[in-house]
Design a protein. Structure first.
Length: 202
């Protein structure tokens, strides 16, 4: 049963790697890009937006958990230490995940010229990445259990999920508004360019 679940987890992760690669490529790839490369303007802006959203998320979460979980000063301080360390580890894993996604995408787009050895190497890294992600989560739970009750831990993770979902919805809404505005500007511009003066009009 555990083996089957593990295979499903890895398969789902691999599917996500390939599906999200185009969006990541459009953002300029992983922060900093490969050695010797020049970051594109769009990628730099995308990375900045992601960092800003994450900062807002952490600040908002920090302000909520103390009240919702009724934490003492000591609990709050220890929670911030664990959250900061765990987020740094997850950020590192996300960077590696992006690198694998883009590398796999490039190889698959090469068609018959894809490097079999390189693809096999990248595929082998997927379950390793998943194991490391699980280890980070297990370590986080272990550390939180030293100063939070089970109920507090459950509320903490539920609050994280709820807040992240709300911020994602807000981001999607803003992106949709921006797209609508761009569409309106494009339509207006097209109309102006396509306008022809009727015969006899001065």
């Amino acid at each position: 049963m555990k083996t089957t679940m593990w295979h499903r987890l890895v398969a789902a992760s691999l599917g996500g790697l390939l599906l999200m690669a185009p969006a990541l490529a459009a953002q300029g790839g992983p922060p900093g890009g490969p050695p010797g490369s020049t970051p594109r303007r769009s990628g730099y802006s995308g990375a900045q937006r992601a960092q800003e959203l994450e900062r807002q998320f952490r600040e908002r979460l920090d302000s909520l958990v103390r009240v919702r979980l009724q934490l003492t000063d000591e609990q709050h301080s220890r929670l911030r230490e664990v959250a900061s360390r765990t987020e740094q580890e997850r950020r590192t894993l996300r960077g590696e995940e992006i690198r694998i996604r883009l590398a796999l995408r490039r190889e698959l787009m090469a068609g018959d010229k894809a490097n079999e050895a390189r693809v096999a190497e990248l595929l082998d890294q997927v379950p390793v990445l998943e194991r490391r992600r699980l280890e980070v989560s297990e370590q986080e739970l272990k550390e939180l259990s030293r100063f939070l009750t089970a109920v507090q831990r459950a509320r903490y993770f539920a609050l994280q999920e709820q807040l992240r979902w709300s911020m994602q919805e807000m981001q999607h809404s803003r992106m949709g508004d921006g797209k609508d505005e761009r569409d309106r500007r494009d339509t207006s511009s097209s109309r102006r360019r396509g306008y022809q003066r009727p015969p006899g009009e001065r």
